[in-house]
Structure formats: C-alpha cells, structure tokens
Design a protein around this ligand. Sequence first.
Ligand SMILES: Nc1ncnc2c1ncn2[C@@H]1O[C@H](COP(=O)(O)OP(=O)(O)OP(=O)(O)O)[C@@H](O)[C@H]1O
Ligand SMILES: [Mg+2]
Length: 441
Amino acid sequence: MNALDKLATTLAASRQTLPLVRIGGSVSEVAATHYRVIGLSKHLRLGEMISFEVGGRSHMGQVVRIDRDGITAKAFEPHAAAGLGMPVYRMPPLTLSPHPSWKGRVVNALAEPIDGSGPLLPGDHAISIDADPPAPMRRMRVRTPLRSGIRVVDLFTPICAGQRIGVFAGSGLGKTTLLSMFAQCANFDTVVTALVGERGREVREFLDDALARSRARAITVVSTGDESPMMRRLAPRTATAIAEYFRDRGESVLLIVDSITRFAHAARDVALAAGEPAVARGYAPSVFSDLPHLLERAGPGVDGGGSITGIFAVLVDGDDHNEPVADAIRGTLDGHIVLDRAIADQGRYPAVNVLSSVSRVAQNVWTPEQRGLIISLRAMISRFEDTRDLRLMGGYQPGRDAELDKAVQLVPRIYDAMRQTPDDAASTDPFRELSDMLRGA
Ligand SMILES: Nc1ncnc2c1ncn2[C@@H]1O[C@H](COP(=O)(O)OP(=O)(O)OP(=O)(O)O)[C@@H](O)[C@H]1O
Ligand SMILES: [Mg+2]
C-alpha cells in the first residue's frame, strides 16, 4: 500500500468528515450543567452537534437551546473543560454503521468499543441514531408467540415477538435479574442491551452472569451512572438503532433497556438545562415526548421482516406505581410485569405479582383451555391474597368454604412452582410443568 492509499483509507475511516471550511463560534459562558456559545446561532438547529478542542482532543456537545444571544450546549463528557473564548465548530450528525461482527461486543453510548477487544468493523452504510419507527399500517401484527423460558411469565403474561413489555418495580426487587433471564432466552437471533445509569460493578456482573451463555449474540451498550446525562440519554437510542439494523436484516431481536427510568432522568436533566419548565414532579414536557418516541421504535417490523421485542425496566420511585414516568411508559407498552416488595420479602423470586401483571397479547398465545385455566388460577390466587389477613388472625376454619379451602391448599404450591433463578433450566412446557408440580406436591 503506498502512502496515498494509506491516506485515503485513514480519511475514509475517520468518523468525522473534514471539510475545507468549518463554521465556528466561541464559548461565552461555562456552567456546571451546560455551556453557551456565540457566533453560531444562525447556523445551527436544535439537536445538532458541535465540538471544541482541548489538548488536541475534540469534545462533542449537542445544541439543546438556541436564542438570539447564543446557543446552549451540553457536553457528552462529564468534565469536558470548556474555556471562555475557545473556538467551537459545527459537526456532522451522529450516525452509526453497525456490522454483524459487532455481536459479542460492548460499546459506550457513542458506539465506541469499551471491551478492550480492538476497533469495531464499520458496516457499509450509516444509520441514524434517532430513526423513526415503521409506519403503523406497514407494521406486522404482534401475534407470533415467543416462549421466554421464565415459567411465571410464560403462564400468566405470555409474550409475542415484537411485543414491548415493562418490568415495573421499586429498587432491588429483581428487575435486572428478570431481564437477564430474558437475555438467556434461546429464541432470539440477537440481544441488544442498554445498561443506563448502572453502577460499574453491576455492568460487569451483567456481562459475566446474564450474558454468560448468550455473549456471542449479544451487543451491550453501557452508560454508567457517573457518565454525563447526555451519554445516558444517548445509550438507549444507540442500542435501539443497533437493534433496528439487525431487525432490518430479518432477525428476531431482543432489546433490553435497564432502566428506562434512568433515561427519563437524563432527559429531564437535559431539558432543564435547556430552560424547559418542570411540569410533573420535576419532569419537563419534552421527557414525555422522548419516551414514547423511543419505545415506539421497538416492536414488529414491516411485513416479512424481523422484529424487535422490547423489555424495559421501569424503576418506580418509592414503590409508587402512579409516578408520572411510570404512568407515561405503561400507556405506551403492550404489557407490564409488576414486581412486588411483599413477594420479594417472602423470598419468592421472580417476585412477579401475577394479579397486577398484564400481557395485552396473551390471548394470541393461550389456547382456550389454557386461558380458562389461567383465569381460574388468578381467581384462586386473588381469593388467597384477599383472605391473607383473615387467615393470619385465625379467622379461617377449613370446611366452611370449599373454594377458599382449595385456594389455601393449592396457591402455596403454585407459588412454589413459579420459583426460578437465572441458574435454573429454562422452562420448556410451562403448563405441563405446573401440573406435574401440583400433582407431585
Ligand atoms: N430469580 C431470582 N432468584 C433468586 N434471587 C433473586 C432473583 N431475582 C432477584 N433476586 C435477588 O434480588 C436481588 C436484587 O436483584 P436485582 O439486582 O435484579 O434487582 P433490581 O430491581 O435490578 O435492583 P436495582 O433497583 O438496584 O437495579 C438479587 O441480588 C438477588 O439476591
Ligand atoms: Mg437493576
């Protein structure tokens, strides 16, 4: 390869196009959460990228507000040291060029490798990080059953390919563990996970434990809690764009976001720095449009193509399920699995509350007999839970109410049959397993 070829390859590989003339401005104000730039207001649009250079490294930022006096930008690095008067340049928009060889890799929100396994091979075309979802009328319907291998899910809230489900729970109730059990499910070609705002230790655990068996088909996008809100807000969008790439190749993709609440927190930080008013518990209005846009991108693809099944962890602050972000997310999804502190306190994991969990496509999965059975099991569990206090106080005597007697006898066994840890074998035929366990007990 001669010197000219080398130069041509280097230029082609560089992320940034190098125009002859660049539009520039300068830093006019620096604050803890953002910086201001003058001289660029007329040339930039909201959401465009800019950069300034410190010590030979360029630091990216994004335009979050434009007014007559200048623009407000937020940096992607938490301690990007913008200085007064520094020159600032406009940059091309953020894009990704995924490649099938990305499977098995771990990247940051900018899709830069962070696993120490060398550079990523770029694909042959660039895709947008903020693509629009397919047009509703061209999308397939969500009706192909998909067994997760998690017994309680496959029985009570069975899912379909292309469905979007939220796992709603307070802190420490087993959201990440449940998501990692989904990640082990053999029915997906690719698993794309966005870990948003997690602690560094948890990231390592997730990669080593949850993805131990499925690492070769997994791509993980990590943005830990100490990264800037811009990175945390970007990570799920990058993961979704990668999932869309594999969906468009016809694959069945599982997209996991842990947690979407931390994405909402990051979006709130960005919106507040941009001067938006806080409306619902500190959340700015744009958070409530960012959320559905992101969630809508998961789901079925166009007819004959692949699909993105989305599983989103939703942290419900203080176990308050009517908190505005949880509410906004619930309305957009096709199902929710609720984890309950009382159940986790009894040591019953996964701590799924089957009475408050719903899968809106379950009727496409159950046979009529199975549906009937689940309805009667739910009624029995409901009876059992409603009379819990009564029974604790000694107000229950067997023989007076046949239905209650049956519930008292069977429900603890059903609960036992639902227990499952990530190390247990995946369930293959949940209805048979349940009846075997009830008979064996
Ligand atoms: N299926 C399970 N089997 C056994 N133990 C479990 C199971 N799921 C959760 N646990 C227990 O609950 C603990 C917390 O789980 P996990 O970290 O998944 O919760 P989380 O909701 O993601 O927490 P956070 O809110 O901190 O993200 C685990 O360390 C484990 O002890
Ligand atoms: Mg977690």
